[in-house]
Design a protein around this ligand. Structure first.
Ligand code: X8Z
Ligand code: ZN
Length: 606
């Protein structure tokens, strides 16, 4: 299904299948005495079609969501069977509605109806081809299988991730890095087939391929969207390059030329994270001298926080802004801890089932990173609740998927030392000498992430367009890793390997551009909310905790759902329709100055 798990709109589905074109919209051919030209569909027909579609989607949503929830919470043959079946049915419905919506192309329609028809045509993440139900079934089965394969590796992944996060033994890190990538080797064949079927489905819906379908979801031409991503990347690339240069130099100092040269690309196993996507775990290696930053992991452990205690604390931030407390069922039905006795998909996710049933699913560890992720997930839940209560079915989604990913992160940007003192996690706020360390810690996660957030879908776009063939899947992946992130694999990779599959969102079929967008938008939102909160001084010291005015502005945007193009939602919040990375630049300005000074006599770049 659509990854509710990733909190897209509740009616979005990962694919929808072939099938019967909608019959009810065909004008009836009256047998009249005098031949009458057949009448085409009218605006009234379109409105009726939309109303019926909303009802059918709503009627079917809870079942598919619960089948997916059970399959991710108890990974067995049987739950995968049930999930695949539910997904298949939902795909069939989705494709029927998408094709039905196309019947009104070219008609003059009220804006509301036109937008809903457009959303119906774009709703399918992985469509199946028309009139071939066996392919719909096959696609749904592959989806469930890939998700299960990834989830069954949870023990290996958690252990290997822990090694990368905490070890400084290059051999141990290399072993962990390689071991996890064994799990994804068998995904290559099913993934290849999945791309083939879904592409056929996308073409049947009038798109060039699945990538073009995904890029059409942004209220602009698909090519213009790709260009917009590149434009914004251009704004932040100098900051990334400066960070890359400093980190590479420090890795070289620590591990020496044999393991980490001070030139070219960085080996991917030394950056503290399985995908080298966030580097905060090796902060100590690159920490500026002088001040100190708060070690949130250490503080959470010192205060004996439990997983549930961390979730309560995060909920408290949202209620301080004026959000309602989460319903009781959130607490009784969510998964916070990794079960000992069964396989689950541990990758964090947020779910909505009906207007009063919201849950997160995580295998929470007591760390500062996980504390942030909890805010991220609750951000999804509060967004879902805001639009579910205010909007009709087809508008129950975020302005664009980057908005959904940005909300919890925006709130988490307010987890400043000042805030940590307010919740008694620390006793004393560090003085101003703590600013640089704080910014460096943030940059290791937020700035390091940007090129990764961009390259994942660049790879998928190439796969779907056919530019990248199965015999070059892995090589194409590593080429993009090199070009954008400036990293390389620590051991030789071949086409026997399927390294993209080692990243959850590939087997999970969750589009990834959303996270790049979110990493820009969250700083734009933060800058604006801080202005409303009357914050003065550097952006990184601002916390909107307890500020009802800022909360009101945020809630108003969330309640819009996807009723308007995202540019309007952005303007409602920030006054501008443009995505703009200057907020990222403003936030990290003091760090950039410092990095440039450090890098003065270094040869940067790769
Ligand atoms: O997948 C996630 C969330 C769930 S939507 C935990 N994120 C991306 C990732 O882990 O790769 C958040 C940051 C990027
Ligand atoms: Zn998310």
């Amino acid at each position: 299904m659509k990854k509710t798990t990733h909190a897209v709109s509740r009616w979005l589905i990962a694919g929808a299948v072939a099938g019967a074109l909608i019959g009810c919209q065909q004008p009836e051919q009256k047998v009249a005495e005098k031949p009458v030209a057949p009448k085409g569909p009218t605006a009234e027909d379109a409105a009726a079609f939309v109303a019926d579609a909303e009802k059918r989607l709503e009627d079917n949503y809870e079942y598919i969501a619960k089948a997916a929830w059970v399959a991710s919470n108890f990974i067995t043959e049987d739950t995968q069977f049930i999930e695949a079946k539910a997904n298949e049915d939902y795909k069939l419905l989705g494709i029927e509605l998408a094709n039905g919506a196309s019947k009104f192309d070219g008609l003059e329609l009220p804006a509301d109806v036109a937008r809903k028809l457009k959303l119906l045509k774009l709703a399918l993440t992985l469509p199946a081809p028309a009139n071939q139900p066996e392919k719909a079934a096959e696609l749904a089965q592959i989806e469930s299988k890939l998700n299960g394969m990834y989830g069954k590796g949870s023990d290996v992944l958690l252990a290997a991730s822990d090694t990368l996060a905490t070890s400084d033994d290059p051999d141990a890190m290399l072993d962990a890095w390689v071991k996890w990538r064994e799990v994804s080797k068998p995904m290559k064949a099913p993934y290849t087939r999945l791309a083939e079927i879904a592409n056929e489905g996308a073409r049947d819906l009038g798109f060039a391929d699945v990538g073009a379908l995904w890029r059409s979801n942004y209220d602009m031409e698909p090519d213009a969207f790709a260009a917009e991503m590149d434009r914004v990347w251009g704004q932040v690339k100098p900051l990334y390059d400066a960070l890359h240069c400093h980190v590479r130099a420090n890795l070289n100092e620590k591990y020496g030329d044999e393991v980490a040269k001070n030139s070219g690309t960085i080996p991917a196993h030394l950056l503290g994270n399985m995908w080298a996507q966030q580097w905060g775990n090796i902060y100590d290696l690159v920490a500026p001298e002088g001040g100190s930053s708060v070690d949130v992991t250490e503080r959470l452990k010192a205060k004996a926080y439990t997983s549930k205690g961390m979730v309560r604390e995060a909920e408290g931030f949202f209620t301080s802004l004026g959000f309602e407390p989460l319903p009781d069922t959130f607490w009784s039905r969510s998964l916070f801890d990794k079960p000992r006795d069964r396989d689950v998909v541990c990758h964090a996710s947020a779910w909505d089932f009906d207007s009063d049933d919201y849950r997160i699913k995580m295998c929470i560890q007591i760390t500062g990173d996980e504390f942030n992720t909890i805010h991220h997930e609750i951000g999804h839940n509060v967004y879902q609740r805001a639009y579910n209560l205010k909007q009709p079915m087809l508008y129950r989604g975020s302005a664009n998927d980057g908005f959904h990913e940005a909300i919890g992160d925006t709130v988490a940007l307010s987890i400043t030392p000042k805030y940590l003192k307010q919740i008694h996690l620390i006793d004393e706020e560090p003085d101003a000498s703590g600013d640089l360390p704080f910014l460096m810690r943030m940059a290791m996660d937020k700035v390091a992430f940007l090129p990764f957030g961009l390259m994942v879908d660049k790879w998928r776009w190439k796969v779907f367009s056919g530019e990248l063939k199965p015999e070059n899947y892995n090589a194409g992946w590593w080429q993009l890793r090199k070009d954008y992130q400036g990293i390389h694999p620590p051991v030789e990779r071949t086409e026997e390997h399927f390294d993209p599959g080692a990243k959850y969102h590939i087997p999970g079929n969750t589009p990834y551009s959303r996270y790049f967008l979110a990493h820009i938008l969250q700083f734009q939102f933060h800058r604006e909310l801080c202005k409303i909160a009357g914050h003065e001084g550097p952006l990184h010291r601002c916390s909107i905790y307890n500020n009802k005015e800022a909360g009101k502005k945020l809630i108003a945007m969330l309640e819009m759902g996807q009723s308007k193009p995202w540019q309007e939602a952005l303007a409602a919040m920030t006054g501008s329709k443009e995505m703009d990375a200057t907020a990222v630049i403003d936030y990290f300005a003091p760090l950039k100055t410092w990095l440039d000074e450090q890098n003065k006599n270094r040869q940067c770049g790769w």
